[in-house]
Design a protein around this ligand. Structure first.
Ligand code: SF4
Length: 294
């Protein structure tokens, strides 16, 4: 019997696979292998990987294998990505960090990747904007690094198209009555809407916090220089209420895209707000920038 294709794709557009050290969060400094996927509908002011936004599957993936970097077709199965992981490991198997872009655009790929790289750990780095997709992959993820994004640092999201050619060749009526059937092997991002308003962002954060509460997870907050400490109060209120045991990592913003580096005083003040709520807070600069790693 031929299986009916799933609504979402188990393929994903891979931007790069490489070995480096984890630069942020609970596993900072750990040698890992990174699988970076293309596609992000969000627009953070401080984004340091805008090249990952586009779903341009025509661009080749960069595989930084131990015998030299090379280019491969970007659209890949989890099985193919697992082979690339093993080719990039300089020694013993490493934890794999699935990053982006927003890897939750490809939940089926994420779950399949865990099966392919076992017994390695799979860590997920997510913007925390798509709780429905997070819930679907959670059972297969060993650690969630959850961004806690304040809405005021987000520009309007830009929905991902499926593929430009698909949109060009299908009428609006076809798209509207789409039942999810696709030929095998077609690239298809998740269709969960991204939050846009203050209320929607709060709802998404709260739902993601509820999902990771009590699990192997950590929260990350980027602190920008042109903000007041009080701007971050709501984030801490939500953590205290929903996931009080979640370790929280404050990352001073790297100046780019209109975001300014914060003063030491501002970072300290934000940290004290977390400590006032008895949260487990750490201040960790982006290590990979200090040691000039990708
Ligand atoms: S979620 Fe990540 S990739 Fe997307 S805009 Fe924000 S920092 Fe950039």
């Amino acid at each position: 019997m031929r299986m009916r294709p799933t609504r979402h794709s188990a393929l994903a557009p891979v931007m790069e696979v490489f070995a480096s050290v984890q630069g942020e969060g609970a596993f900072v400094g750990e040698p890992q292998v990174f699988v970076r996927l293309r596609g992000c509908p969000l627009r953070c002011r401080w984004c340091d990987t805008p090249a990952s936004w586009s779903l341009d599957a025509s661009q080749a993936a960069r595989i930084d294998a131990k015998d030299g970097a090379r280019r491969e077709p970007a659209v890949a199965s989890a099985f193919q990505a697992a082979i690339w992981v093993s080719q990039c490991e300089p020694g013993a198997p490493r934890t794999v960090s699935l990053t982006g872009g927003e890897p939750l655009m490809w939940p089926e790929f994420a779950s399949a990747l865990k099966r392919m790289i076992a017994p390695r750990r799979l860590h997920l780095e997510t913007a925390g904007a798509h709780p429905r997709a997070l819930e679907r992959v959670l059972a297969t993820i060993d650690h969630v690094s959850l961004d806690l994004k304040p809405h005021f640092d987000m520009l309007a999201p830009v929905p991902l198209a499926t593929t430009a050619s698909e949109h060009a060749s299908r009428s609006f009526d076809e798209l509207e009555h789409d039942d999810g059937s696709r030929p095998d092997g077609e690239l298809r991002p998740d269709d969960e809407p991204s939050p846009t308003t203050h209320e929607q962002w709060s709802a998404a954060r709260r739902a993601c916090l509820a999902l990771v509460a009590g699990r192997d997870a950590a929260g990350k907050i980027v602190v920008c220089g042109d903000r007041a400490a009080g701007d971050y109060a709501q984030l801490f209120d939500e953590i205290e209420e929903i996931a009080p045991g979640l370790p929280v990592y404050l990352t001073p913003a790297t100046p780019m895209g209109g975001a300014q580096a914060p003063s030491h005083a501002l970072v300290d003040e934000v940290a004290e707000m977390a400590r006032d709520r008895e949260l487990r807070v750490r201040i960790v600069p982006q290590l990979h920038r200090l040691v000039r790693r990708p």
